[in-house]
Design a protein around this ligand. Structure first.
Ligand code: GAP
Length: 451
């Protein structure tokens, strides 16, 4: 992980948030290449789950919402983590993490159960000090909207994008008249005041989610649940994750969230262990029913085919963007030996690599080579918009090393044979570090087959 964090900073993927002021825990800033990688991941998700389907409606809801949304959703009453203090240092920890790290099961445990277990087993803080009483810690960031700072102006930074879709359910029905089943999809920021943000971008206080709320007839929920289960695996493969590292974990009934009747966590082999990557939940009619009751607006659906009126049930595939970035980076990080020298490279899928092709003149002070390289660069930019880099920094060996480190799958070099002989150029493949001499048409064909 340390090597990946260092590479991410060195090469312009991800920086510590507010770094020049010593940082702000749980926040990270994406640089030019990290942003390109993140956008490619989001676009891949949007294409599979929205553009390539006829039953999905996109939404981009406001992050700030009426406080009643969070009362009806259950977050105001129940979105807490168990917090415990080290009585000597006053450092704060998540009680469930400390118990799990001590090898104890916390399945279905209340705060009281955790308190009892800490006392019974003599669990100490990581510094070896006694712990205080476990208590509930609100994970939503609270703010005020408008000039008055009173109870009525309270709002929250959303802890999930999901609620922005439930509150727009009726708008989508009225605008598009969809048939059941249909879904709503959203990509956006979510915020949680995590007690212990950790593991780089794995657990942060500000992150992005890609979520779907898919509305079904309650009699048919299992078909859609299985469909999205397969689609989530397919998406993990789309972004190049090794399927052998993606595991399903069925959540035990006593550990389900208050809204869920069934949840499968998709876990990934991260460097720090097997951890949650995504979640797939059967949210029943919990949210639409709660919002219908709380707002007084009828959120039922009349099914023209079956002539039934009911509140649709909901299947929710929820995917973290930043966790996908971390999984992709850790899975892609590779080391080998090229020409007797250690090489570090990112084996990113050509579908999501920030740079797809780097184009270089063999020598940067030879005008004819630079002009030809610029011409090739211009042609390729039209074929693969936004995915080509012109690179004439340093010597050719250094360029290849730099492009390997940022995961560029293809490098093209324009040399004297290109301009003086036959217009062919070298195409270098990142993973094998081998090269072919090809025409630009042949190169376009090879690259198109890879993406
Ligand atoms: N709407 C359901 C929901 O939000 P969740 O399991 O709490 O469910 C869904 O979150 C996904 O969001 C997780 O699987 C993970 O990918 C991502 N996620 C959650 N908390 C996160 C955090 N603190 N930092 C980064 N990603 C997070």
């Amino acid at each position: 992980m340390e090597e990946i964090i260092a590479l991410a900073k060195r090469r312009g993927f991800i920086y510590q948030g507010s770094e020049i002021y010593g940082g702000l825990a749980g926040t990270w800033d994406y640089g030019h290449l990290g942003l390109a990688l993140k956008n490619n991941i989001k676009n891949t998700w949007w294409r599979r789950f929205v553009l390539d389907r006829e039953d999905m409606y996109g939404v981009d809801a406001a992050i700030l919402m009426n406080q009643n949304v969070w009362k009806a959703s259950g977050h105001v009453a129940g979105f807490f983590d168990p917090l415990v203090d080290d009585l000597k240092t006053n450092k704060r920890y998540r009680a469930d993490s400390l118990l799990e790290e001590a090898g104890l099961s916390i399945k279905g445990m209340s705060i009281e159960d955790m308190n009892n277990l800490i006392k019974e087993k003599g669990i100490k803080s990581p510094e070896g000090n006694p712990l205080g009483e476990v208590r509930q810690f609100r994970m939503m960031f609270t703010t005020h909207v408008g000039a008055n700072q009173d109870e009525a102006s309270v709002s929250y930074l959303r802890p999930e994008t999901a609620q922005g879709m439930f509150v727009n359910f009726k708008n989508i029905l009225d605008s598009f008249h969809p048939k059941i089943p249909f879904g709503m999809a959203q990509i956006g920021k979510a915020f949680r005041n995590e007690i212990a943000p950790r593991d780089f971008i794995f657990r942060t206080r500000e992150f992005e989610q890609m979520e779907i709320e898919y509305f079904v007839n309650p009699k048919a929920w299992e078909t859609s649940f299985d469909h999205f289960r397969n689609e989530m695996h397919a998406f993990a493969s789309d972004v190049g994750l090794n399927p052998a590292k993606v595991h399903e974990h069925e959540i035990a009934p006593e550990d389900l969230a208050h809204y869920s009747k069934r949840t499968i966590d998709f876990e990934f082999d991260f460097p720090m262990g097997i951890k949650e990557l995504y979640g797939l939940a059967y949210r029943t009619d919990f949210d639409l029913k709660s919002h219908s009751d709380a707002s007084g607006v009828d959120l039922s659906f009349f099914d023209e085919e079956t002539k039934e009126r009911y509140i649709p049930h909901c299947i929710e595939p929820s995917l973290g963007v930043d966790r996908t970035v971390l999984a992709v980076l850790t899975d892609a990080y590779s080391e080998d030996d090229v020409g007797g020298e250690k090489r570090v490279y990112l084996k990113l899928s050509p579908k999501i690599a920030p740079v797809l092709i780097a184009v270089s003149p063999l020598l940067k002070n030879k005008t004819q080579l630079v002009e030809k390289a610029r011409e090739v660069y211009g042609i390729l930019r039209k074929e693969f918009p936004g995915r080509i880099m012109f690179d004439d920094n340093g010597n050719i060996g250094k360029r290849y090393r730099r492009q390997d480190e940022i995961g560029t799958p293809f490098c093209i070099t324009i040399d004297f044979d290109t301009v003086e002989k036959d217009q062919t150029m070298t195409l270098r493949y990142r993973d094998s570090a081998t090269q072919d001499r090809l025409s630009i048409e042949q190169i376009v064909k090879v690259v198109k087959e890879a993406i």
